[in-house]
Design a protein around this ligand. Sequence first.
Ligand code: SF4
Length: 401
Amino acid sequence: MTRKYSGFTRRAFLKAACATGAASALPFKNLPALASDEAVVVPTRPFGKTGIEVPILGFGTSLHAAFSQLLLRQAVTWGVTYWDTANTYMGGNSEKAVGKYFAKYPEDRKKVFLVTKSHAWNADGLTRDLNLSLERMQTDYIDLYFAHGIWGIDKLDAQTKRWAQKAKTEGRIRFFGFSTHSNMAECLLGAAGLGWIDGIMMTYNYRLMHSDEMRRAVDACVRAGIGLTAMKTQGGGQVQIDSATELELAGRFLQKGFTDGQAKLKAVWQNPQIASICSEMPNTTLLMSNVAAAVNKIHLSARDRQLMRKYAQETRSNYCAGCNHICESAVAGEVAIGDVMRYLMYARSYGDHKKASDHFKKIPQKIRKQMLHLDYAAAERKCPRKMAIGKLMREAAEELS
Ligand code: SF4
């Protein structure tokens, strides 16, 4: 993919920011990193050994068809041409929004690195879901097709491999991989040994990126030529409101002209092993803010990074790291503790109570009842972050039911 289609200059970018009211969220102080008439285009990085260059900022498309068309158009203009969706997002409407866009701007299809996902991991299910995604998005190929949300590499087997190879041969997908927000390091290490995974999207942020196991896993994938996309890069958002370190960080970022959200993106981009960040950007304000961070060439200083790690350490018991295998093996019931923690994050940190509740209600009622009465003491002892699992499971049942 090339970046030749932008025509939006810095001056126009600033004008649009003022017009949309986004100015207060943007680090204008730092935009002079661009020459005044230089086009605003998000930089690119190679995606593993695919031979494809992708923008370092990807567009997470949980979008409604009616409200998203201008946003998608603007994303293309600024080079945010890695689009990530899934057959289940917005009950299928997100894929339909992409399809509506391609029907109107067919010339943009080749500019976009299109990713979608399926929860079905068997051949019949993958075929059914791929057919539906192609139809909804009005395209005859997907650039990168993901098995959605795996929590162990054993979810992919020889049947999945055969399916992926056949779909590639038929030209219906170009690359295959998976997304994961549970047991990420184990999934990445497993994928590196398979030899047929092209790309992975995983939870990865300033809280998780420094652990030895995550470093090893990322190194292994890079050696294996697997393209890596980070998601959930805000690390759960603000998880504590009385941290002195957070205030110190906020002051430093303010002086540099960053918001804390932009700084968290930059922390991830400073690892060149990560090809792209997938960010859900439901409005122009967030799109502009993230694009501004992507084009800005000022790096976080060593002191900034050190403070971010200190803050992550101070607040670690408020952020679930998705290491489900540790806690879930220590409780008698079938509760997917890591998943419920993530739904709580959608509600409490992202403010998206509907998404949280929709996910939570998919848990069978029997298990939802069970989770109120289980003994979580052993799980809490094992949890490396010492999370109050029992209390949080009960609060989730109350808040999200
Ligand atoms: S509750 Fe603790 S052990 Fe369980 S997934 Fe979260 S951080 Fe890991």
